[in-house]
Design a protein around this ligand. Structure first.
Ligand code: MN
Length: 214
């Protein structure tokens, strides 16, 4: 079980105590794992199985991992029940949207009007495209009306899950962030703030926000 060290460093830099939660599919174990933590980061990873949001696999779908899907869905379900705040990153926004009743584009090119390269493929500490940020959001308090982000995804949110609002969008309409409207704290971004937090104070603030909500 591992995550990229950037996640660990980002939690440490924000003043938190990082713990890696090993993937498993036993719901009682997952509840016990959640009981040990104050806040949850859902990290990046493989594609989400489209059967989970009611679609057959498109030929542009990448690799999926069934245990990780099962694990993340249970983590999100019980974290909501236990009112643990969640920061979702990359695959994190995709699986949170799926868990809460939304759908995904299996590839950004399937979104009408999409033209931006969302798989920059190199230099994770380098930003590659802009995002427009909505007012009345946590993101707006940190970044203002727009910022620059890195981009290492090819799936993206299609139909937003009920109870969430879109808080950042790329210039080609691809959804880049969402926040839960009421109740427990969920903020999820399509980019990788953990890779930028060493060089960008605003990205570090996303992890500080999770700690504040914990
Ligand atoms: Mn992007």
């Amino acid at each position: 079980a591992y995550v990229n060290h950037d996640y660990v460093r980002s939690v440490l830099d924000a003043g938190g105590i990082p713990l890696i939660i090993p993937v498993n599919t036993d719901e009682e174990i997952i509840k016990a794992q959640l009981a040990c933590i104050d806040g949850l980061v859902i990290s990046g990873g493989y594609d989400v199985n489209p059967l989970l949001f009611g679609e057959e696999p498109h030929h542009l779908l990448g690799m999926t991992l069934a245990q990780r899907d099962t694990f993340d869905l249970a983590l999100i379900k019980y974290a909501l029940e236990m009112k643990k705040p969640i920061l979702g990153i990359c695959r994190g926004i995709q699986i949170i949207n799926t868990a809460c009743g939304g759908t995904l584009y299996q590839d950004c090119s399937l979104s009408e009007g999409s033209y931006i390269k969302h798989s920059q493929g190199h230099s994770p500490t380098q930003v590659s495209h802009s995002v427009k940020i909505e007012k009345d959001s946590y993101l707006y308090e940190i970044f203002g009306s727009q910022t620059l982000v890195n981009s290492f995804h090819h799936m993206s949110v299609k139909d937003l899950a009920p109870g969430f609002k879109i808080t950042a969008t790329a210039a080609d309409g691809i959804i880049e962030a969402m926040e839960k409207e009421t109740g427990s704290f969920i903020l999820a971004v399509q980019w990788h703030p953990e890779m930028l937090s060493g060089v960008n104070q605003d990205m570090r603030k996303l992890f500080k926000l999770l700690l504040e909500k914990s």
